[in-house]
Design a protein around this ligand. Structure first.
Ligand SMILES: [Zn+2]
Length: 434
């Protein structure tokens, strides 16, 4: 009965419930156990109890570190990893002068393949096991990302980025080409291993009605596709969208017209949302990816988290690389915390909220909560093992932490990639493809 089973012993944190709605959503064990059998979570609880029930299961003693569910990044652009850190621009200029020229370089498949490998490696290095990723405007580059993700074992949801206007001519495709390329990628990768396809118009600004119709058709033609795009990020962008779609009452109405605001849809940013948009988002069960580092770097604005939560809109976190500042979802959660401290009417976030936003909330946004996001029995064993490097400031803080809440807060504040000692998906270490 114990074949293929291992009992991991360490500090354990997870949020099997939503702390925005329920008290005591956080489960944590100072001397915890995570029983893994055949790549799945079999049990999670105090080590002593699990060991008593399963005395013959081999134990891996990882005391001194902490097991957390694998992190989930719900908004990130793989072609933009080399343009992080451009300062002093807002979205329209940043796109034109920084991001899109780099996206155009993905036409070179050797360059794109190298970028995909670096991207996947960086996700895993930061403890991210699931990501919703903007692919490339080019089919071959998007396929390269899917292949790199597949080799690594990470759970990646991605798609060809579709646009037919207002970017750069080499990034535009016709509606017919977009349909054909997406259909091909869906057949090749959707549901293959841990990969899923997401229909991905860049944003309403660069997608004509013909492209949005293609999105609607693809969603109808295939089971289980996800959908991702941008919304309400920047005041200039919002004004332009209103001009381009004079029939739409607001930004969200553009996506609604084509049936794209739906469960499994993730709309990035929504910094400048009306009450009506929030109400309709909540009713649709679509999710918003909050990217606080990017919002601050591009001066997009302070995210109205309280209004989203009170309206009942699902929210999760995204790094929005290259607008954001790095791959760490822990850092992203800390930035959400910090900006909420400054935002008028901001929410006060506790460590449990940060963990939920970094893990289970992302799984729910992607309709993967049956598979990942916490340590409930039956789920895939997707986890990261955090251990403070010897002599590091984090080690010092952890030695003096008087409660598990304080430990978790310290991990969010100080644990970067150097503290990520192991990352597993389905109980197996992520494969590094060098
Ligand atoms: Zn983005």
């Amino acid at each position: 009965m114990t074949s293929g089973a291992t009992l991991l012993r360490a500090g354990v944190f997870h949020t099997p419930r939503n702390p925005f709605r329920e008290q005591s959503a956080l489960e944590c064990f100072a001397d915890g156990g995570l029983l893994i059998r055949n790549g799945r979570i079999a049990a999670c609880g105090p080590y002593s109890e699990l060991h008593a029930v399963h005395p013959k299961v081999p134990v891996r003693d990882l005391r001194g570190g902490y097991l957390l569910p694998g992190l989930i990044d719900t908004h990130v652009h793989f072609p933009q990893i080399r343009v992080m850190g451009a300062l002093g621009r807002e979205l329209p200029d940043w796109l034109e002068l920084v991001a899109l020229p780099e996206e155009a370089r993905m036409a070179d498949i050797a360059y794109a393949s190298d970028t995909a490998r670096r991207f996947v490696r960086a996700l895993a290095a930061h403890g991210t096991t699931t990501a919703l990723v903007f692919g490339s405007h080019f089919k071959a580059a998007t396929a390269a990302l899917f292949r790199a993700a597949d080799r690594s074992g990470l759970r990646v949801v991605s798609g060809l980025v579709m646009s037919d206007r207002l970017l750069r001519p080499e990034l535009h495709q016709s509606a017919a080409e977009a349909y054909c390329d997406c259909s091909h990628l869906i057949r090749q990768f959707h549901g293959h291993g841990r990969l899923l396809f997401a229909v991905t118009p860049r944003f309403a600004l660069s997608a004509s009605e013909a492209i949005l119709e293609v999105c609607q058709t693809l969603m109808r033609e295939h089971e289980g596709l996800r959908f991702q795009t941008h919304i309400n990020e920047n005041a200039t962008e919002i004004r332009e969208v209103a001009r381009l779609f004079p029939w739409a009452g607001d930004y969200l109405a553009v996506y609604e017209r084509f049936g794209l605001c739906r469960p499994g849809a993730v709309l990035a940013h929504n910094v400048h949302a009306s009450d009506s948009e929030l109400e309709r988002l909540a009713a649709s069960d679509a999710a918003v990816s909050h990217c606080p580092c990017s919002n601050a770097m591009l001066g997009s604005g302070l995210f109205p988290l309280r209004r989203h939560i009170e309206a009942g809109v699902r929210c999760a976190l995204g790094t929005d690389i290259g607008g954001g500042t790095g791959f760490g979802i822990l850092k992203e959660a800390l930035q959400a915390y910090a900006l909420q401290r400054l935002a008028p009417g901001g929410m006060s976030l506790e460590p449990a909220h940060l963990l939920y936003l970094s893990t289970r909330a992302g799984a729910e946004a992607l309709q993967l909560e049956h598979e990942t996001g916490d340590f409930a029995p039956g789920k895939s064993a997707d986890f990261m093992y955090l251990r403070a490097p010897e002599g590091s400031p984090l080690e010092g803080v952890l030695q003096h932490a008087e409660s598990l809440d304080r430990v978790l807060a310290a991990l969010f504040t100080l644990a970067g990639a150097e503290s990520v000692a192991e990352v597993c998906v389905g109980g197996e270490p992520v494969v590094h493809d060098d």
